[in-house]
Design a protein around this ligand. Structure first.
Ligand SMILES: [Zn+2]
Length: 214
């Protein structure tokens, strides 16, 4: 597997490249405002992009779709996504890039069409559902704090500790993490119940100051 985390400009956005050595094909995930580094890596690795995937349809994660889509690349996103995907994904959908297997987990909350992408059962691209040490916001139209709680505690935390976490933004102390590390250290994944989860969301700035979190 070829797997790269790539700076996409914007608000410390990350794009991802998932490639297959044998077929020299790849998928790009969340092309953002700046696709130049992503395009450079595709070229440098000698790959052909066959798919664009979106973790959700907030503008900073889909802004670069057109750069690839106009080359005839297949656009895949959740079936409720407003980007008119060529392939409509849902929980359990599987996409293959050569021998690489990308499994879709439906994780609404941050946004109504949020999905996470589990690559070869090893690497989880989380979009804005889960960041290193933090989670995505849920205080705007199309968000649901209740769904986010369910997605995090029932879907994300059901994964194996060894699964690596690759977020949609570089907001944490490190660019990537693991489910085990987040389970042990991410304050949002340690709430005993929904009420406590919403309390932390509302008091996050105070909590950070109290606990010396940057
Ligand atoms: Zn977002």
């Amino acid at each position: 597997m070829i797997f790269e985390q790539i700076d996409a400009g914007g608000d410390r956005n990350f794009s991802y490249l998932i490639g297959d050595e044998a077929t020299r094909t790849c998928a790009v995930v969340d092309p953002g405002y700046d696709t130049s580094k992503l395009e450079q890596r595709v070229k440098a690795l000698g790959l052909r992009v066959t798919h664009v995937l979106n973790t959700h349809t907030h503008h900073d994660h889909v802004a670069g779709n057109g750069v690839f889509h106009k080359q005839g690349v297949t656009l895949a996103a959740h079936r409720d996504a407003k980007v008119n995907p060529d392939v409509a994904l849902e929980h359990g959908s599987v996409m293959t890039i050569g021998k690489q297997r990308i499994q879709v987990l439906f994780t609404p909350g941050h946004y109504l069409d949020s999905i996470c992408l589990l690559v070869n059962g090893q690497k989880l691209i989380t979009g804005d559902t889960l960041f290193v040490g933090c989670i995505g916001g849920s205080g705007f139209r199309g968000s649901s704090t209740e769904q986010q709680f369910h997605s995090l505690y029932k879907v994300i935390l059901a994964l194996d500790d060894a699964v690596e976490v690759y977020p949609g933004h570089h907001y944490g102390p490190t660019p990537s993490s693991t489910i085990g590390h987040e389970r042990a250290h991410n304050p949002f994944l340690q709430r005993p119940n929904y009420a406590d989860f919403t309390w932390l969301k509302e008091h996050w700035e105070e909590y950070k100051a109290e606990h010396g979190i940057a």
